[in-house]
Design a protein around this ligand. Sequence first.
Ligand code: FO1
Length: 314
Amino acid sequence: MQTHTTSESPVAVLCGGVGAARFLEGLVQVVAPAAISAIINTGDDIELHGLDISPDVDIVLCTLAGLIHPGQGWGIVDDTDHCHSMLARLGAEHWFMLGDKDLALHIQRTALRKTGHTATQIAQQFAQALGVAVRLLPMTHQTVQTYIATPAGAVHFQHFLVRDRAKAAITGIDYRGIADAVATDEVWQALRSAQRICIAPSNPIVSVGTILALPGMRDFFAQRTVPVVAVSPIVGGSAIKGPLVPMLINAGYEVSPLGIAQWYAGLIDTLVIDTVDADFAPAIAALGIIPVVTNTIMRDLPAKAALAQTVMQA
Ligand code: FO1
């Protein structure tokens, strides 16, 4: 039973991978999917086996298409690993798990790029083919790669996270290529026409941070004319997913919704925080950011929809 009203006014959402995909699952319950533009980080993109892999775009795409592996939050449900196993037997790199159906996305993306299609056109083709009405907008058409500096040297984000299991100490973060990258026309159009901009509970440093690092982006948010509402990815002193805690510490921010508010200060109007973090509300308000306290744990579809409804009303 639908318990929420559905809005048709345009909404833009800054997105990383799993946290954003789960947030969008709720948002499509309360906003018409075609009115939603998901602006997606591409700093995690990597080339493996000669294939272009765009994890955050695929995580959002496959989640909204109902194809995602629910336990992992990435990869395709009920996929097989025949190709991956054979690659391992052949001595190829195999630290990044690519299922057989998942590989189809990367094969087709690579083929389309070779014939001159942009990442935006490819995302739209895939979305249409898989029945996703949300507009999926990779943040840029230039190559940006997030590198994590560690005591042993700088490594690509996927090497740090997946191959090395985020074990190395983080000493810095570099969005390589960002100075020469531009947000796409579609991204600017989505941001300028949105009646509300949401920042998903994604990693503010390596997912949302990469989008915000695009030239002109921070200025756009500093001069925003519509409400910008972020959801804290830190709940009860922990990150919902991924290596956000050491990244916040390295950047000099405390590991709490207050640290998230400080990171986004000047760029957002409202920060949605979890009920367990209600005590941080006064300090967040003192920064000039409106704190909204609610349940932010997206356990099931009703919880996701309720969070999205709160963000839309905040
Ligand atoms: N994450 C892992 O922890 N291990 C994997 O083997 C892995 C494979 C993978 C394949 C396709 C894809 O779209 C995502 C995949 N991810 C994997 C997730 C991904 O690397 C990260 O979670 C995102 O980049 C962070 O947003």
